[in-house]
Design a protein around this ligand. Structure first.
Ligand code: GLN
Length: 304
């Protein structure tokens, strides 16, 4: 398969479609992103990278960080994790408060904000330097030590974090958050503000295409069952109230972030990251969704 030719073709095709979308504005620092940026990086499980466009620009991974924290916490907590957070799609916006009330402070899944806050809370309860641990984990997966959060983006989100604080306080009232809310939200905002290039993110995401093995160190970080479950959660919950649409059009486990990144995997074959900051109304990259839809359609391969 000539992946290079394929992704160049897709990049050109999507560029001609006049898809713009909007940058996220509820975190003011994100509103500065350039709508014209568009890059695709695909890395095979053999370690070969194919890329086109803006694959060396750093962008904040935002909600994609939720998959990494899940991958850190799940092997430690094992099935105890599922007492604190569910595995059902929410069908709601990523920062919705609605379900939490009638589901007694237990978030639907770890990939919406409420669920990710529970996961980060669990991490904080075991790791005195939770942010340092997250950075260590991601850097090791990406094979670098250059990945850090963007402080301006973290601060900007912290200054506009009333809703995330509300989620955390509400869950705390049910005993499902143990950290002090301000400290938890600070760790969370910094994990979301971690900046990576599309290439670095595709390298790090290879973990989920590669049976839970860090292909750079050959360390088995997740069991086969844990990898299957994380991929299943990405498939059903990775795109909030558009998870069905993503499965329908693309058919890969993946995760989006409001920084415009989408990371996805075809297990045993490759990981792929598309970055383009223009979002649709659900907070998912417009060009990213389209590029991945074309990728699986042209390849004739998806998890289905
Ligand atoms: N940091 C963002 C928030 O909590 C992440 C949301 C996202 O990427 N969907 O609102």
């Amino acid at each position: 398969m000539d992946y290079q030719k394929l992704i160049e073709e897709i990049h050109a095709e999507v560029e001609q479609m006049n898809l713009h979308g909007q940058v996220a504005t509820y975190i003011p620092e994100l509103a500065k992103m350039d709508l014209h940026k568009f890059g695709i990086s695909l890395i095979t499980t053999q370690g070969e990278e194919f890329k086109v466009g803006h694959t060396n620009d750093k962008f904040s991974i935002q909600s994609i960080s939720k998959v990494f924290t899940l991958a850190m916490v799940f092997p430690k907590e094992k099935d105890n994790l599922w007492k604190r957070v569910g595995v059902e799609p929410s069908g709601n916006a990523f920062n919705s408060l609605a379900q939490l009330e009638y589901e007694n402070g237990v978030p639907r899944n770890p990939l919406i904000n409420a669920g990710a806050l529970v996961v980060t809370d669990l991490l904080r309860s075991k790791e005195p330097d939770a942010l340092g641990a997250i950075l260590g984990f991601i850097n090791r997966l990406a094979g670098t030590n250059q990945i850090i959060p963007n402080k301006d983006i973290a601060q900007s989100e912290l200054n506009h974090s009333s809703r995330n604080k509300a989620l955390a306080h509400f869950m705390k009232s049910f005993g499902n958050i143990t950290s002090p809310v301000n400290e938890l939200i600070e760790t969370y905002c910094y994990q979301c503000a971690i900046e990576m290039t599309a290439s670095e993110l595709a390298q790090a995401f290879l973990l989920f295409a590669n049976h839970g093995i860090n292909s750079l160190t050959e360390q088995q970080l997740l069991t086969l069952s844990q990898t299957k479950r994380i991929n299943a959660i990405m498939q059903t919950c990775g795109f909030y109230d558009e998870a069905g649409e993503f499965a329908f059009k693309v058919g890969l486990p993946g995760k989006s972030g409001v920084g415009g990144g989408i990371a996805a995997v075809l297990p045993n074959q490759f990981s792929v990251v598309v970055w383009s900051p223009g979002l649709n109304a659900k907070g998912n990259s417009l060009k990213g969704m389209k590029a991945l839809e074309l990728l699986t359609t042209k390849l004739g391969h998806s998890v289905f």
